[in-house]
Design a protein around this ligand. Sequence first.
Ligand code: GLU
Length: 479
Amino acid sequence: MHAPTETTVHTHEATGTHVVTRFAPSPTGYLHIGGARTALFNWLYARKAGGKYLLRIEDTDRERSTDAAVQAILDGLAWLGLEADGPPLFQFARADRHREAAESLVASGKAFRCYLSQDEEAARKEAARAQGLAFRSPWRNPDHGTPPQGASFVTRLRAPSENEFIRVQDKVQGVVTTAGREIDDFILLRSDQTPTYMLAVVVDDHDMGVTHVIRGDDHLTNAARQTALINAFGWQVPTYAHIPLIHGDDGKKLSKRHGALGVEEYRDMGYLPEAMRAYLLRLGWSKGDLDIVSTEEALELFDLEGLGKSPSRLDFAKMGSVNAHFMRLADDHRLVALLREHAARAGKPEIAQSDHDLAIAMAHLKDRAKTLPELYDQFGFILAARPLPRDEKVQKTLSQEALGRIARLHPILAALADWHHTEIKATLDKFAAAEGIGFGKIGPPLRAALTGGLPAPDLAIALELLGRDESLARLGDVM
Ligand code: GLU
């Protein structure tokens, strides 16, 4: 029995190569929220290091890959502001290069042609499994025999010897050692000469100069086989960081029933891209007790050491509070534009008010909402068209006595020199005092007349935001 030998692995980190990361989604319909997080981590890591972040579309599954799905990924990444350095690389288009790479391994003896029939292969796999060994093809042995005339073959990697060990040094998972006997003579080229996923990933990562692979830990088992293949090529192994997948709020693997999976759904739910980035960042990465980390801060702070080992759970309450935080910080005019976009996308009536008026209102209303639809609702009292509908509660508030007061207040407000909330507030206070009543008597009916019961800020501010003409008209409507 030979002493186990360890393959020495040269990672890019050890040699300090210029950092190149990549995001390699399979186009299956939309940009998955977990994929978006993977893209973000790769983008941050490369940007922080002054390196390159590349995009590779893994479109080799011809049945599932569509142009629309590719577009959805590009749109999702663009919305998130995670554009790659350079055009995307399409994996399927590189099949010739993949074949050529596999053939070079056959030539160097690191791969071989296997002529087993399906039945023979199945029987050998079964036998290997019974012994707790990975499948090895007899054709790995150069002396196995002459290939049957005209028989079809697949091209397989000559897997590491049984007493060899493959060590993957993972930034998240630590050192993951896989015994050679656990790695099978896996297929590189199928019998129709199409490259397998395992081959394509390794060749593409190499050709793109990828130094760091940050991806979901569902690929951790692939890393050992990919490392074996990289070693066969004699290439440098990238630094790996396999991140735990995102789970639902119940701790189970994320699925449709936990809520939206596609990033575009989050856009439609009214989250801001910078909020999404901050939320996704904390969903799997932390530093000290930092909570909400902006992208600018993350570009200074992000590191692989901060990646967590245990899956994080999607938490909509948290996402809402992160979004509220970024809405408060956002430019008012930008929010107005987003509000119009939201209304159009959600099929809500077109907003008639001017950008100028809406931006003034925005400053007062944006900290009252967690998402764009909620923000739209906060604008409801402004956007509502006269005459406002009156429900029973509004009707009750507008008593004869209250209407009398509104009628007396109307000319006073009409004569106000400066339509500003401090002035309006002072006038309302003076009016209440003159009427010999507390503000509690005049506030609710005024509010009912001006808003029809819709949510609205402080009365004086609501009046200012509605503007003099609209306010007087609404008061006139109930009088
Ligand atoms: N295409 C793979 C996926 O979408 C990713 C492969 C990789 O990152 O190596 O899961």
